[in-house]
Design a protein around this ligand. Structure first.
Ligand code: FDP
Ligand code: ZN
Length: 281
C-alpha cells in the first residue's frame, strides 16, 4: 500500500503545479455523468493515470472522468477508484479543490475498500490518508509530504455543510437543516466536498449532507470515487458515514462504478440527529 500512497503523493504534487499554471477554461468534452470537462479535469486525470499505472500493485483504475474501467496489468492487488479534481468548477474562482482516492481489492464494493486518501489544494497542499488503524494528516513542504498529526473527530461539532439545491430538498431534510441553524450551528459550504469535509474533520465535527432530492433521488455524490473513500476516512476518525436509510456507506454494493447515493458524514451526535429526521431510529 505504501507505494500506492507514494504514487498518489506524486500525482498530487503535479496536479498542484497544474492548478497554479494551467488554463482554468472548459474543454470540448463531456464526462460520463454529462458534465462538460475542464481542461484541468482532463489534465489531472492524465496525471493520476500516468503516476498510478507505474505502481506494480495497481491492476486497474476507475476514474470519475472515464466511462470505462481502465485495465493496467494482469497482476497487481489493487483497483483504484479516483476523482482526479473534485469541485473543479471552483478552480476559476480560486477556491480550494481536491482529489479523492479509494484503494479496493477484487472489485469496487465498499467491503473491499482497503484504504482511502484525499488531497486538498488550498493555500497549502494537504493529504489525508486512512489505512489500517489511523487517519493521518500530511502537508506538502518543498515538494514532499510531511506527517503532521493523527486526526480524530469529537462526538459533536458546530458546523453544517448542506449540499444540494434547497428548492429540491424534501421537507424533512429542510426541517433538519433549519433546526440545526436555529440552534446555533454555523454554515460552512464551499461547494467542493473535499474542502467542506476536510473542514469538518479538522475542526473536530459537524454534519456534511448531500441528500436525495426531488429532482435527483440518489443525490449527486458517486460512491466509488467520492463517498466510500470519505466514509473510510470518517469512520476511522471516529465519526459516521451513512446513507438516507441509515446504512453504512462502507457496506454499499454499487452496481455500476458511477452510481450515486445520498450521503451523510459527520460526528455521532449530528449523524444520529439526521437519522432521526429521516425516520431511521
Ligand atoms: P463537483 O460536481 O463540482 O465535482 O463531485 C460533486 C461535487 O462537486 C462535490 O464536490 C460538491 O460537494 C457537490 O458536487 C456540490 O454540488 P451542489 O452545487 O449541488 O451543492
Ligand atoms: Zn467529484
Amino acid at each position: 500500500m505504501k507505494e500506492v500512497f507514494e504514487g498518489i503523493a506524486k500525482a498530487a504534487a503535479r496536479i498542484a503545479e497544474a492548478l497554479e499554471h494551467d488554463d482554468t477554461g472548459y474543454s470540448d468534452n463531456k464526462n460520463s455523468t454529462g458534465d462538460v470537462q475542464l481542461k484541468l479535469d482532463i489534465r489531472s486525470d492524465y496525471i493520476v493515470e500516468e503516476e498510478l499505472s507505474r505502481i506494480p500493485t495497481v491492476r486497474a483504475l476507475a476514474s470519475e472522468e472515464k466511462e470505462q474501467i481502465e485495465p493496467i496489468r494482469t497482476g497487481g492487488q489493487y483497483l483504484v477508484g479516483y476523482d482526479p479534481l473534485d469541485g473543479s468548477s471552483l478552480a476559476d474562482v480560486d477556491l480550494s479543490v481536491g482529489s479523492i482516492f479509494g484503494v479496493y481489492e477484487n472489485s469496487f464494493l465498499g467491503a473491499n475498500l482497503m484504504a482511502a486518501a484525499y488531497v486538498v489544494y488550498g493555500p497549502r497542499v494537504e493529504m489525508v490518508t486512512a489505512y489500517k488503524q489511523n487517519v493521518e494528516l500530511w502537508r506538502q513542504d518543498r515538494g514532499e509530504f510531511k506527517f503532521v498529526q493523527i486526526l480524530r473527530l469529537r462526538d459533536s461539532g458546530k458546523l453544517v455543510a448542506p449540499g444540494g439545491t434547497q428548492q429540491y430538498w424534501y421537507p424533512h431534510h429542510k426541517e433538519l437543516i433549519d433546526s440545526m441553524f436555529a440552534e446555533g450551528y454555523r454554515l460552512r459550504y464551499s461547494g467542493g466536498m473535499v474542502p467542506d469535509l476536510h473542514q469538518i474533520l479538522i475542526k473536530g465535527g459537524g454534519l456534511f449532507s448531500y441528500p436525495g432530492t426531488t429532482d435527483k433521488a440518489k443525490g449527486k455524490i458517486r460512491l466509488v470515487f467520492e463517498s466510500m473513500p470519505f466514509a473510510k476516512v470518517f469512520e476511522m476518525a471516529g465519526g459516521l458515514a451513512l446513507n438516507d436509510r441509515g446504512e453504512r456507506l462502507l457496506v454499499s454494493e454499487p452496481k455500476g462504478h458511477h452510481d450515486t447515493s445520498p450521503c451523510f458524514f459527520g460526528s455521532k451526535t449530528e449523524i444520529e440527529r439526521a437519522m432521526r429526521a429521516y425516520g431511521n431510529v
